[in-house]
Structure formats: C-alpha cells, structure tokens
Ligand binder design. Structure first.
Ligand code: PRP
Length: 184
C-alpha cells in the first residue's frame, strides 16, 4: 500500500502497461543486437527502474555501465539546457555497440550531449532506448530509436522519475496534484 497515493492526481501509465512495453522492447533489442557486442549505458538516476526491468528481457550477452549527468536545476521542472557530467563510464566502449538507456527524453539536450560525447570514444554504433518521450517539449532535434510511450506535456513522476528526488519508487507513472509542484 502506497502511503502517498493521495498526492497523485491521476495514473497516466499503469504498471501492467509498463511491464508489457518493457518486455516488448527487451525482445526487440535482443533480436536487433543478436551477435553484436552490446553495452547498455544507463543514465542516472532516472533510468534505474526501467533498466533493471529491461535487462531481464534481454536474452543475449550484454554488459552494463552508467553515466550520471545533470540537466535540470534542483527542484525545477524545466530544463536549463546546461548538461554537466557527474559520473563518467567505467569501461571502454571502443568498437562496441552502445545502447543508451533513458527513462525520458524531454527537451533532448541531455541525449544530444551524451551522443556527441560518446561518439568521441569510437563505439561501433550508438542508439537510444527511452521508455518515455515528450515530443511536444523537444528543443533539440533528436530522437530515440526505441521508444516506449509518447506522453503529453504533463509533469510525470514514478517508475524512476522524480519530483524533488521523491516519487521514484511509485510502481506506475502518474501526475502529481498541481498544488504540490511549482509551475514552470
Ligand atoms: C531527466 C532524464 C533525462 C533528462 C531528460 O534526468 O532522466 O536524463 O532529464 O531531459 P532533457 O531531454 O530535457 O535533457 P534528470 O536531470 O531529471 O535527472 P535524474 O535522472 O537524476 O532524475
């Protein structure tokens, strides 16, 4: 039983919908990368729930690494456009097939920056899987190759996505009650 459920305005995507989509994406990725040296790169922190479910539907050999970048000011719901690397990769990705794992692509600043940054390391290929995509918020012309759900322009929380570092543990994706977060 979730103690803070009364803070949620509505459920946007249920746990079951997410589970089905994650399975579908994992199976597709397994097929597309069969016989290739696949490295999953999770973008912290938001990716951790999606990545942990996705990887259990990937049925080919793969390795995992993480980056941590910052694109939002703390507690703000809008992107500053400034991307900083807080944690770099542990391993070499040269000649490997890189799949960036994102919870959400919003303005696209983070993904664009990451792709350019990682290209400099000489991978065999770079693609992205994003569970959520907000096309109406895009500022930079960039698109993930694998997308779970296109979502409307609402501030969503849950399944790894936070507001003020909270709500990541919600098992579904919801919209917070308006009075609980500042507009902007
Ligand atoms: C979120 C998300 C992406 C980024 C997308 O991370 O995980 O990395 O924002 O936004 P953009 O397309 O506008 O660049 P956030 O910086 O909120 O950090 P978190 O993953 O630690 O919550």
């Amino acid at each position: 039983m979730i103690s803070f459920e009364n803070e949620i305005e509505k459920v946007l995507i249920t746990s079951e919908q997410i589970a089905n989509k994650t399975k579908e994406l994992g199976e597709l990725i397994s097929k597309d990368y069969l016989g290739k040296d696949l490295v999953l790169i999770g973008v912290l922190k938001g990716c951790f729930v999606f990545l942990s479910d996705l990887i259990r539907h990937i049925s080919i050999h793969c390795t995992i690494d993480f980056m941590d970048v910052s694109s939002y000011e703390n507690t703000s719901t809008t992107s500053s456009g400034v991307v900083r690397i807080l944690k770099d990769l542990d391993d070499n990705i040269e000649n490997k097939h890189v799949l960036i794992v994102e919870d959400i692509v919003d303005t696209g600043y983070t993904l664009k920056y990451l792709i350019n940054f990682l290209k400099g390391r000489g991978p065999a290929s770079i693609k992205t899987v994003a569970l959520f995509n907000k096309p109406s918020r895009r500022i930079v012309d960039i698109q993930a190759e694998y997308i779970g759900f296109d979502i409307p322009n609402e501030f969503i929380i849950g399944y790894g996505l936070d507001f003020d570092e909270k709500y990541r543990n919600l098992p579904y994706v919801g919209v917070l009650k308006k009075e609980l977060f500042p507009q902007g």
